[in-house]
Design a binder for this molecule. Structure first.
Ligand SMILES: [Zn+2]
Length: 177
């Protein structure tokens, strides 16, 4: 039986899948409004939830986010930088890409645990307040970036979100034991 958790297939996605946007969109360019991104994401989420239920949909978003984070780190970031320079670079790339404004609230060099916030988050800032954290894609994305940089398996959990009434999204990152 088809099992979506069984990730036996190789990823079909690679950075090249994004294509040459500059060549392909000579007049319209690389940018588009945030509502287009959200329209795409939230309608996909809706359709997945109808077919597979909420929990599975959350897992799918986390897994997709992790794949995105891994590819993003490998293609957009200099992984040889020391930690402080690496996080400064990550902040700049996330801001330049208009994904959000990253802050590192806490980092424990011994345990590898971190608390990160993202302000003006692409996925959730301005959403109606539902009381639930919704940035599962971001959880996976941050875990993927940390995994590539540290070569350790990270679990990232969102503890505050615009959708829970917070002004920033706050994420706890822990190395998987
Ligand atoms: Zn959020």
């Amino acid at each position: 039986m088809f099992n979506i958790f069984e990730n036996t297939d190789e990823n079909k996605f690679s950075w090249d899948s994004i294509g040459d946007v500059i060549d392909g969109r000579k007049n319209l360019g690389e940018e588009m409004p945030v509502f287009v991104y959200r329209l795409f994401q939230f309608t996909i989420k809706d359709e997945l939830a109808k077919r597979f239920g909420n929990e599975t949909t959350i897992q799918i978003f986390r897994n997709a986010g992790r794949l995105a984070g891994i590819e993003f780190a490998n293609h957009m970031l200099d992984l040889d930088l020391p930690f402080n320079e690496f996080t400064a670079q990550l902040q700049k790339v996330l801001e330049d890409s208009k994904i959000g404004i990253l802050r590192i609230e806490k980092f424990d060099a011994e345990t590898g645990e971190a608390v990160l916030t993202i302000g003006e988050d692409l996925d959730c800032s301005g959403l109606p307040i539902t009381g639930e954290t919704v940035c599962n894609y971001d959880e996976g994305f941050l875990a993927g970036v940390l995994q590539v940089y540290t070569k350790k398996d990270y679990i990232v959990t969102e503890i505050d979100c615009w959708a829970t009434g917070s002004r920033v999204c706050r994420f706890e990152a822990k190395i998987k034991s």
